[in-house]
Design a protein around this ligand. Structure first.
Ligand code: TXA
Ligand code: MG
Length: 379
C-alpha cells in the first residue's frame, strides 16, 4: 500500500505546491490530477516502467492506448510526425481545451503508449493545474481517466480517491471538473478526419470555427467483434458503469406518457429482479431507485403516487432519490453531472438508476454516448 497524499489546490494555488507531484512524475511515479474534462492518472510519457504501472493500477487492458498530454505546442513535433496543417488549424481554434487528435507517432514514444498502433493521441488540457504539472515535470504526461477500468470517469477528487487510494502517491484536488465528460477524439491519421469519441466539441462546432469538415461520431462504430482492432480501442470495452443497473428513459413529446413509461420500467425491473433472485417471498428488502431527469420532467414526478403504485403491484417498498439537471442549454448540465450522479447513486447503494434521454445534438451526442455505454436497456 502506498500512502496517498491529497493536495488541495484553490483557483489561486501556489505552483510550488505541485512541485513534489511533478518530481514524482519525473522519477517514474503516478500522479492523479484534474483536467477540464475529467481527472487523469498521469505518468511520464517517456518512461515505460511508469506507463506499465498506469495499466496495472487501473486494471486497463494492454491494447487500449493512452493520450499524451502536452503544455506547449513546441513539444508536438517530438511526439508526432507528418503533422497535417488541419491539426494546427484545429489546435489554433480549440487548444488548450477538450480536444484530442490522433496523429502519426514518432519513435520517441514507447510502443506501450500507443498499444502497438502507428498513431498517437495528443491533447493540450486547459486546466491550470494540469498545465503547471506538465510544465514543472518537464516531460509530456500520458493520462487515462483516473478511474478503475470500467468505472465511470472521475470528475471530482473524491471519485479518484475512491478508486485509487493506496495505489498512487499523489492526488491533486482541483474540485469539480469544468466539463465532466472526456475530450472529443478526432482521427487525423486517415484521409477523411472522423470523430472517434464524441465530446463537448462537435463536428458542427469545428465546421463553424474552422470551416474544416470532420465526420461526426457514428454510434455503430462500437458494435465491435472481440478480435477486431477498433480505431479508438477503448470503445470495445464496457465503460462508465456504476454498480446499479442503468436504464435510459426514452424521449416522448407527451410527459404524462413518459412518466408512465418510467413507472412501468421500474415495475418490470422489480419483477425481473424477483424472478432472477428467487426473491418471490422476500419483500422485506427495499428497492432504491436513483432518478436523473431533466428539470421540467422531474417537477412532474409524484413520488408518493409512484411508491403506492409499486407497492400495490409488486409488494416491494420502493424509495427514490430524485436528481435533476437544467436542460435550458442543451444537455450541457446533464453531461457535466452524469458521472458524478452515477458515483453518488452507487454510494447510497441504489439498485436501479434511470436517466432521461437527450437530443442528439451539441453536448447531447456525448451525453447519450456515455449513457448508452453504461445502460442495460431503454424504457
Ligand atoms: O478528456 C480526456 O481525454 C481524458 C483526460 C484525462 O485527458 N482522458 C481520457 O483518457 O479519457 P482514456 O484513456 O480514458 O481514453 C482515451 C481514449 C481511449 O478510448 C483510447 O482507445 C483512445 O483514447 N486512444 C488513445 N490513443 C489512440 C490512438 N492512437 N488511436 C485511436 N484511439 C486512441
Ligand atoms: Mg477512460
Amino acid at each position: 500500500m502506498i500512502n496517498t497524499k491529497l493536495i488541495k489546490l484553490k483557483p489561486d494555488f501556489d505552483p510550488a505546491l505541485i512541485l513534489p507531484a511533478a518530481e514524482a512524475i519525473r522519477s517514474g511515479e503516478l500522479v492523479a490530477f484534474p483536467t477540464e474534462t475529467v481527472y487523469g492518472l498521469g505518468a511520464n510519457a517517456f518512461c515505460e516502467t511508469a506507463i506499465k504501472k498506469v495499466f496495472e493500477v487501473k486494471g486497463r487492458p494492454q491494447d487500449n492506448p493512452l493520450i499524451v498530454h502536452l503544455s506547449r505546442l513546441g513539444h508536438l513535433t517530438e511526439i508526432a510526425i507528418n503533422i497535417p496543417q488541419i491539426a494546427y488549424d484545429l489546435l489554433a481554434a480549440f487548444a488548450p481545451g477538450p480536444i484530442t487528435l490522433i496523429l502519426q507517432k514518432s519513435d520517441l514514444i514507447p510502443e506501450i503508449v500507443s498499444a502497438g498502433l502507428p498513431t498517437v493521441a495528443i491533447r493540450f488540457p486547459s486546466d491550470p493545474i494540469a498545465q503547471v504539472l506538465i510544465k514543472l515535470a518537464e516531460v509530456p504526461i500520458v493520462a487515462p481517466s483516473a478511474n478503475l477500468s470500467g468505472k465511470p470517469s472521475p470528475t471530482q477528487a473524491w471519485h479518484v480517491y475512491q478508486d485509487l487510494a493506496g495505489k498512487v502517491p499523489y492526488i491533486l484536488d482541483g474540485g469539480s471538473c469544468d466539463y465532466g465528460l472526456e475530450s472529443t477524439i478526432i482521427d487525423l491519421s486517415v484521409a477523411d478526419p472522423v470523430i472517434l469519441r464524441p465530446g463537448f466539441i462537435t463536428a458542427l462546432d469545428i465546421k463553424d470555427a474552422t470551416g474544416i469538415d470532420v465526420i461526426e461520431y457514428q454510434a455503430d462504430r462500437s458494435g465491435i467483434e472481440s478480435d477486431f482492432k477498433p480505431k479508438a480501442p477503448g470503445q470495445k470495452y464496457r465503460h462508465y458503469s456504476p454498480r446499479a443497473t442503468v436504464l435510459i428513459l426514452k424521449e416522448n413529446s407527451d410527459p404524462g406518457e413518459r412518466l408512465n413509461n418510467l413507472l412501468i420500467g421500474i415495475e418490470e425491473f422489480i419483477r425481473n429482479k424477483i424472478s432472477d433472485n428467487n426473491l418471490r417471498n422476500d419483500t422485506t428488502k427495499e428497492i432504491l431507485v436513483g432518478l436523473f431527469l431533466a428539470e421540467e420532467l422531474s417537477k412532474k414526478v409524484n413520488i408518493e403516487h409512484f411508491k403506492k403504485f409499486l407497492y400495490n403491484s409488486t409488494c416491494y417498498k420502493v424509495k427514490f432519490k430524485l436528481e435533476s439537471y437544467n436542460d435550458q442549454q442543451g444537455a450541457v448540465d446533464a453531461a457535466h453531472d452524469l458521472f458524478n450522479r452515477f458515483r453518488e447513486f452507487d454510494r447510497i447503494q441504489a439498485d436501479l438508476i434511470i436517466c432521461s434521454a437527450e437530443q442528439m445534438s451539441g453536448a447531447g451526442i456525448a451525453y447519450m454516448n456515455r449513457l448508452g455505454k453504461a445502460a442495460a436497456y431503454e424504457i
